[in-house]
Design a protein around this ligand. Structure first.
Ligand code: ADP
Ligand code: MG
Length: 237
């Protein structure tokens, strides 16, 4: 499978009652497996909106988005939900872990949706979850509840959960925004490590897109883009 992302002439406006807010105008972005980029821009510039569009959580007002050569918005709703579950991993500023489940269970959960059978989890997914949790440095926390973890450990769990279905796209929205500087640095390093090592984990290269306020995190990524005046431009330095 060819891993690709093609955003063409995408615009997004929100129509709220009589008023209309234009957020994105004519955004183009072409990425291939192995690409990792940062998207920066002031608060309210449309970073999360862009991530939601690429993550197929919202539809563009105009323009097209193709993921691995497929137009997700042309898919029936249920097929789109499965497509999203299998090809896209999300990491948000807040971890969104389920409090009553263990670390291991939280990571396994996304594999239970859209299986098309009632067999529940299998040994392979548990093993994959353990391997991932080992990679994020949490093998000693498998049976802990999220409340028993530090902020950094919770975010590491969220990263493992995002990768459990071996997505082709890893989308992160301010992934270090709630962490202290030291922890933020280590979670940033982890994201890049996992991006670079994706092929050994999943058998293919992934595309990683990180929305961030943090210039330190942005500087670690191979390419940087900035949302400016509703458009997306690649930073030259
Ligand atoms: P950022 O993540 O860069 O801070 P957002 O993408 O969250 O920016 O928001 C960009 C603009 O779009 C803001 O002006 C925000 O108020 C507006 N916006 C975002 N989502 C909605 C929505 N669902 N309805 C109306 N306006 C929205
Ligand atoms: Mg945002």
């Amino acid at each position: 499978m060819t891993v690709s992302l093609e955003v063409s002439e995408v615009s997004k406006r929100f129509d709220t009652g009589p008023s209309s807010v234009e957020v994105l105008r004519s955004v183009d972005l072409t990425l291939a497996g192995g690409d990792a980029i940062a998207v920066t821009g002031p608060s309210g510039s449309g970073k999360s909106t862009l991530l939601h569009l690429i993550g197929t959580l919202e539809q563009p007002s105009t323009g097209t988005i193709e993921i691995d050569g497929i137009d997700p918005f042309g898919l029936p709703e249920k097929v789109l939900a499965r497509f999203r579950n299998q090809r896209i991993g999300f990491v948000f500023q807040e971890h969104h872990l389920l409090p009553h489940y263990s670390v291991l269970e939280n990571v396994v959960l996304p594999t239970l949706a859209h299986r098309g059978d009632a067999s529940g989890e299998n040994k392979d997914t548990r093993d994959r979850a353990r391997t991932l949790l080992d990679r994020v440095g949490l093998s000693h926390r498998l049976d802990h509840r999220p409340a028993e973890l530090s902020g950094g450990e919770r975010q590491r769990t969220a990263v493992a959960r995002a990768l459990i279905n071996q997505p082709t796209l890893l989308l992160c929205d301010e992934p270090t925004g709630s962490l202290d500087p030291e922890t933020a640095t280590s979670v940033g390093e982890l994201l890049l490590e996992l991006h670079d090592g994706a092929e050994s984990l999943t058998g293919r290269k992934t595309i990683t897109l990180v929305v961030t306020h943090s210039m330190e995190l942005a500087a670690r990524l191979p390419r940087r883009f900035e949302l400016h005046d509703h458009g997306l431009v690649e930073a030259t330095s």
